[in-house]
Design a binder for this molecule. Sequence first.
Ligand code: NAD
Ligand code: DAU
Length: 352
Amino acid sequence: MTILVTGGAGFIGSNFVLDWLAQSDEPVLTLDALTYAGNRENLASLAGDARHTFVHGDITDRALVDRLMAEHRPRAIVHFAAESHVDRSIHGPGAFIRTNIQGTFTLLEAARMHWQALADEAKAAFRFLHVSTDEVYGSLAPDAPAFTETHPFEPNSPYSASKAASDHLVRAWHHTYGLPVLTTNCSNNYGPYHFPEKLIPLMIVNALAGKPLPVYGDGQQIRDWLYVKDHCAAIRRVLEAGRLGETYNVGGWNEKANIDIVKTVCALLDEMQPSAEGPYARLITYVKDRPGHDRRYAIDARKLEHELGWKPAETFETGIRKTVRWVLDHPDWVQRVQSGAYRDWVATQYPA
Ligand code: NAD
Ligand code: DAU
């Protein structure tokens, strides 16, 4: 038995692969194109582990995906690979259309061909788990109830529109062809290996470098935060017991305004690594807002909690403390990501 994980060198994918192999001996085949967001160093602790195979390749490469399916015969695909950053999608939406829509289509077709040829037992056990986002539901008014799985899709950015399109493809491949799919729609993650273009890691590394902490607009936008390892546990649970064709919202009931997140990060750094220049909050700088900025996301995760018994292990307070500690304890990782040297890691680690 093997599972195929796409995007396993990214933030959530690498946490998922590491957690999977810490809890199971079932092999993992990671397929990742190593875009700017992919970092093989995240999986360095698996070097020499026979349970893990890494393939540097693109999910839009149908011939490659077909070959991997034939050679490894995975019993499941867990699909993380995506362009994931909203601000990048505003500057250059093309890559989002290509990877998130065309790439998901390519995987679905390769999975369908593989699945259709399986014997009955293997066919019944096969799963395609699509990892998606709460951003497909759009933006909530201040007092509106949290997103449930039946909330209409109202994506507002090129990123969320491309993810919504991929969710629709996954749904259609189930409805039309019977492909055994599952979809998860999760809120904002944070934790180890988070690329410092996203709010929380950017604020930590900028504060440590004495740089401004850029808060978009009035800083009152609300996101619903979940520690990445809780997201990974939810995905494992949905893969194990989710009902076919269903979508499951994943979230930790942790709605916070951006400015409060930034102030919390500053306070933790003041405690763990005080600056001689004074409190880190002195670096907070309000900047121009993100175009089309969604005001509020909030996830109602009761379906997942009630049906599958999942509950987050971390509160925001415990998770953010671990996250700040992780960054402080991994200055080399941060330095290589910031300098770009992480992209040379494969050549350094495995000289030809
Ligand atoms: P990330 O940007 O950190 O990682 C994406 C990974 O996909 C990288 O390793 C990258 O190299 C790889 N990739 C990109 N294009 C590829 C391609 N064409 N072929 C193969 N690999 C490719 O993203 P993340 O934050 O880890 O998010 C993973 C998934 O979870 C995404 O689908 C995202 O939409 C979803 N999600 C993210 C969050 C969040 O808060 N980060 C929340 C909910 C859902
Ligand atoms: O909700 C899930 C989504 O969360 C995922 O699907 C995306 O892949 C992930 O990137 C994330 O999207 P956001 O846009 O919410 O995350 P980001 O970290 O970019 O921004 C979080 C909030 O902080 C958002 O309201 C914008 C704001 N922000 C962000 C940055 C990078 C700032 O105020 N300043 C910043 O410098």
